[in-house]
Ligand binder design. Structure first.
Ligand code: SF4
Length: 240
């Protein structure tokens, strides 16, 4: 079997989300995703990419990491697309951990996370209704999560908020790991790739302020987050 992955981009930036937000991070964006979330801002990664060997990827990560003297930095994150669609993402994560990196993976939650090296911090989405992909949640994954992982809800509507709140209560998610409520503004029609799902009808958009105030009013055990990289750089900019 070939030792290659299809890679969309590898770049050094700041981690924009999660409990690691703000820290330097090398992102390895892998090509392809089998979901089509309505708010997806990386549709270019569905098909664009080049084959790279594991050795080439590791060399590039180490080149980008070389200026850092602190062994804990930069973080290295596999993202996409959906990294778990490519089987070689598993040995890549293992090699990165063996090399001493703090490794994160961002995954849609639609695929089995149990085979990922246990040293990796798994940031797993639970897809809310406005994504158009709520039926793809693989709830069996919850049993595999541990305290070093994180669950992310991307919330753009009042119905997303209510749905997320129900999932936290039903699965006692706050006893497992940190929970992230990530506010998203629905994409304008001209920004939305035609490949994406439409936001289901009759959902009510929620402002970031309303989301923040609901979290406080309901005393939810979650971390509110805004994608920092979209505030620092233009939202459509790649490689940040
Ligand atoms: S899981 Fe959804 S948001 Fe993530 S890359 Fe796939 S379509 Fe985009």
């Amino acid at each position: 079997m070939s030792d290659t992955l299809v890679v969309n981009e590898i770049y050094l930036s700041l981690q924009g989300e999660s409990t690691f937000a703000g820290l330097p991070c090398v992102f390895i964006r892998l090509t392809a995703c089998d979901l089509r979330c309505s708010y997806c801002d990386t549709a270019y990664a569905f098909t664009e990419g080049k084959k790279k060997s594991l050795a080439e990827i590791l060399t590039e990560v180490k080149r980008l990491a070389a200026p850092f003297s602190n062994p804990q930095l930069p973080l290295v994150e596999l993202t996409g697309g959906e990294p778990l669609l490519q089987k070689k993402s598993l040995p890549l994560m293992k090699s990165l951990c063996d090399d001493g990196f703090t490794v994160l993976i961002e995954t849609s939650g639609a695929h089995d996370i149990s085979k990922i090296d246990p040293r990796v911090r798994r940031i797993m989405d639970l897809k809310c209704p406005a994504s158009g992909e709520v039926a793809r949640n693989r709830f069996e994954n919850i049993a595999h999560l541990k305290a070093t992982d994180e669950i992310k809800f991307v919330i753009g509507t009042v119905e997303d908020y209510e749905w997320a709140k129900q999932q936290i209560a039903a699965h006692k998610l706050d006893a497992i790991c940190p929970l992230l409520f990530s506010w998203v503004h629905p994409l304008a029609p001209e920004q939305q790739s035609k490949a994406l799902k439409k936001v289901p009808a009759k959902l009510t958009p929620i402002s970031r302020r309303d989301l923040a105030e609901k979290i406080i009013a309901d005393a939810l055990p979650v971390r509110f987050q805004i994608q920092q990289h979209k505030i620092i750089w233009p939202p459509e900019q790649r490689g940040v």
